[in-house]
Design a protein around this ligand. Structure first.
Ligand code: ADP
Length: 579
């Protein structure tokens, strides 16, 4: 695309910024706020719900264990390890029910806490207390730590207990996987040891501790025994809930973590700054594209129009504007083309008229010149004819010779002045002091004429004009020559030359104290061949007028301020840089 109208483009860009970009930023900011807050809230709700489901799942295991424990306690004959039937394994219906419930652990203890029987070989690392009905125990099986959710039932159920039945399920990696499948969330189990919590599934030699157990979190989990949600759980890798696992005495035995891994996309939706950045960027790109479209749709036709108008201003009347659309801009282009066509026609007509006028003026001027020359030529030819007559007395002869000389000088001067007028010299423009040509002409015209007093009053403050100093000097010279001639009979001839600035115009005036110009001849002063002098050509002021105009100025004869004649030349002040 060629050079667009720079300022217009800047304005359009500004307008687009105001209309599109700024509201986009605001909307982006609001959207980012809204989406991130909402999204974060919804994720939290979901995770908390899912964690509760996990907790229920765990509690269900425990309840089942307690329930099965009670059933077995009611009829301990099914229970292996109880002295009544020391050698009988758990009968198959009971073991099948237990397996169906996911309860694989059955242990029998005597009242002193001595293990009498265990369905699975394992070591229990935490102790439970008498009277406790449910517990989460830390156990080690085949060198692997895990938790067991158990129910503890005394046998017989009433009276002095002779045995304790511990029925439950092992919460190992399988359990965690089961929960992950159930809710889609990562599950971790931490068991308590002293003040710290350790990951059940990690390497027993290097158990993973629960990091970032802040005071706030510990208070909520241990004192209030309520779940704790964190958007940056497990070292910032997850959003998740820590749920305390409480035994029947109300002690926090373990902590279950259920969490959702933080992913880039969800992070984007909850990260205000990033969300704002992307929405704003999208907005700005859309704004930019809108701007481009607008430029194509509106600015381009306007640019064509502008080029057309500039060409017209540069007098290229052949300029046309392409019509691309059938809208207001298209109408404008059509109107422009019609206007250019009319201007073209007008210009051609004007040229023809100008040609006609020029021919007419030439005719008039030639007729006037012929008229001016006819008289002296008549005198010359009559004088020459009389001189040829024999016997002419010497005085008459001398008279005729003088007339011959005078008239031929007159014709020569007329021809010279006429040549001056008609020779079309192009001015050589320079940045000049407007008073300079005037002063030079004045100096040349009054040189050796001490009688003339000159009063100067220059107030043009050093302004400059564009002009040809030589041509302007010639114009002033004609004016001063007239003034000096006009004051030839004045006892104290005086010339006043003044300059002054008015607006962006400089005025230069010359006033003499001769007889002045009578109002009836005032309108004719600049006519070619108009003269009131016996030997005048009537071309001096015409030439001065033409030269002033050729230099971008204007010459006028105005009523005098004192007496005599007053001529004023005006020029536009040159505003550019001095050359
Ligand atoms: P020319 O000097 O040959 O007559 P110009 O065109 O210079 O031709 O002047 C035309 C006429 O204007 C003069 O004949 C004269 O009547 C009048 N004129 C010009 N300048 C003055 C002047 N300073 N004072 C009085 N009349 C003037």
């Amino acid at each position: 695309m060629s050079v667009l109208p720079g300022r217009l483009q800047r304005k359009v860009q500004l307008a687009i910024s105001a209309i599109v970009v700024i509201p986009m930023l605001v909307a982006g900011w609001l959207a980012a706020e809204w989406v991130s807050t909402n999204f974060e809230k919804r994720i939290e709700v979901w995770i908390v719900d899912a964690a509760r489901a996990n907790q229920n799942w765990l509690e269900a295991y425990q309840n089942d264990a307690v329930m099965l424990g009670r059933v077995l306690a009611d009829d301990p004959s099914y229970v292996p390890g109880i002295t009544l039937y020391p050698d009988i394994a758990m009968p198959s219906p009971v073991s099948r029910i237990a397996q169906g419930m996911g309860l694989t652990l059955l242990q029998v203890y005597n009242p002193d806490g001595k293990l009498l029987y265990s369905s699975i070989p394992l070591r229990v690392q935490t102790t439970w207390e008498t009277g406790q009905t449910g517990a989460v125990l830390k156990v080690v099986r085949k060198n692997q730590s895990m938790l067991a959710a158990v129910g503890i039932t005394p046998v017989p159920p009433k009276g002095k207990p002779q045995y304790y039945l511990v029925v439950g399920s092992l919460l190992g990696q399988d359990f965690a996987n089961e929960l992950t499948q159930l809710t889609g969330m990562k599950t971790r189990l931490y068991y308590r040891e002293g003040r710290d919590y350790y990951d059940v599934f990690s390497n027993p030699a290097q158990p993973m501790t629960l990091k970032h157990l802040t005071k706030d979190m510990a208070r909520r989990l241990e004192a209030e025994r309520k779940p704790y949600y964190s958007a940056y759980a497990e070292d910032g890798e997850y959003r998740g809930v820590y749920t305390p696992i409480v035994d029947s005495t109300g002690r926090v035995e373990a902590i279950m973590f259920s969490g959702l891994e933080r992913r880039t996309f969800t992070d984007l939706l909850t990260n205000r700054a990033a969300l704002f950045f992307w929405i704003a960027l999208l907005g700005i790109v859309i704004g930019g594209l809108t701007g481009l479209l607008l430029t194509r749709l509106v600015l381009k036709p306007i640019e064509y129009l502008r080029n057309g108008v500039m060409q017209l201003a540069g007098r290229n009347f052949n300029a046309t504007v392409p019509i691309h659309s059938n809208d207001e801009l298209g109408d404008l282009a059509k109107a422009f083309n019609a206007m250019a066509a009319r201007l073209r026609a007008a210009r051609n007509e004007e040229r023809q008229r100008h040609q006609r006028d020029k021919l007419a003026a030439m005719g008039e001027l030639s007729a006037a010149l012929a008229h001016e020359i006819r008289n002296p030529i008549g005198v010359i030819s009559t004088s020459a004819a009389m001189l040829e007559k024999p016997g002419l007395d010497p005085a008459k002869k001398a008279e005729l010779t003088r007339m011959l000389r005078e008239e031929s000088t007159r014709v020569a001067r007329l021809v010279q002045d006429f040549l001056h007028l008609s020779r079309h010299r192009q001015p050589n423009f320079d940045v000049i002091d407007p008073a300079l040509p005037m002063e030079r002409a004045l100096g040349a015209n009054i040189a050796g004429n001490d009688a003339v007093t000159v009063h100067k009053d220059f107030r043009h403050d050093g302004v400059r004009i564009l002009g040809d100093a030589g041509l302007l000097q010639q114009a002033w010279s004609n004016i001063f020559a007239n003034a000096v001639q006009a004051m030839s009979d004045v006892p104290q001839p005086e010339l006043r030359v003044t300059t002054l600035c008015k607006g962006n115009e400089v005025q230069l005036a010359v006033e003499d104290n001769g007889p002045g110009v009578s109002p009836d001849i005032m309108p004719r002063l600049f006519e070619p061949f108009f003269t009131t002098k016996e030997h005048g050509t009537g071309l001096g002021l015409t030439i001065a007028y033409t030269l002033a105009e050729a230099n971008g100025g204007r010459l006028e004869a105005l009523p005098p301020k004192r007496s005599g004649a007053r001529f004023v030349m005006r020029f536009p002040v040159y505003e550019g840089e001095a050359e």
